[in-house]
Design a protein around this ligand. Sequence first.
Ligand SMILES: [Zn+2]
Length: 382
Amino acid sequence: MTTCRKNRYGVGIVAVGVTLLSLLTSCIPLNDGRDTLAAAIAIPLDGVARNMVGNLASLGVIESDSTLQISAGGTNVRRVLLLRADAERESTGVMVGGAMAGMTSVYQTVRTGEHFLFVEYNAGTTVPGQTADVSVSLLNDSIERPSRQIVRVVFEDGFLTDPGLLDPVDGTAADRAFLDSIESTVRDEVLASLRNLFDQTPIDIVETDASVAGPVSTLTFSPKRVLADQNDINDAALPPADPNRPQCQVRVVFGEVLPSGTGLDPGNRNPQDDAVVYVGSFQGRGETCRTSAVTSLRSMVLTLSQTGAHEIGHLVGLHHIEQVGIMNRSATLAFQRELSFARGQIQVDRAAGNNIRSEVFPAIVQEPSTYLESIFATESSD
Ligand SMILES: [Zn+2]
């Protein structure tokens, strides 16, 4: 439970200076933590700035095709998500949009239902007593959502060999020649696999030299192997713990949204952002530290395409989920089996010393198809 220090609502607060704002704004006491959608306290849609305690607030039932304007900020606020009550399961909210903290963002609701605001805090969202400055209003004007997101896929020279998947300990000239010989096949199959994964979505996968009109995001397959520093939380992972092979316990970054540390783009607010897959991070290193990413052409294609799809997911605002699926943070899953963009409970990661601490919110669900339907205009809706 959190306590509320101030309890005064005020009209005309927006006009008051920032210093005074915190003294005058109302305090909306919310239970911080889990399963609290039903207990979320309402924020009126009146454009008045308020100080919200905790991470969840209800915006009430909002009709479809309404335009919401949301500002959310504060020193500890990282992102804000818009949720809609889940049609399938009571007391669950499905992510239908988002924005980085400090932005004033507009959202167009796609379906009628109770909507919620979910605030992610830098220090961890379940830390009690954190607050955000929020204001929400309903606008009369409707907005036009983008209809598509184009993603250009770039394979850098030598992405399989420099060092790429070439084993720096055991790799031979013959191994290099073999990787060279399959390079164009891998490239074609990764592209085909990405197109297949994003088929039936508003995301278009295009080749490096395709000419396109409008904003384009870029996914690059880089040959680099990138070691994670201890504060790296983005798609860095340790191989499964193995006390017999301590020399293999090296944390590497498999991919990330650029610039490093961006994490993801909530609400796909930037339609021309970039992400990278570090192919070299999947390499095996000698007899002891082999990796199954390179055991077969199929494994290579699975590894690279599913890791690429994961990064594209972040580019359009998908979070990690706890469930098995493309947005699971464990990169080793990517080369073990075919994954899909599964529905799952969102997981928020942050650095905690040498570890990555993940918070999972059982009440907050990411359903990629619902999310994409909410942030893009579907062809039939016009
Ligand atoms: Zn990730």
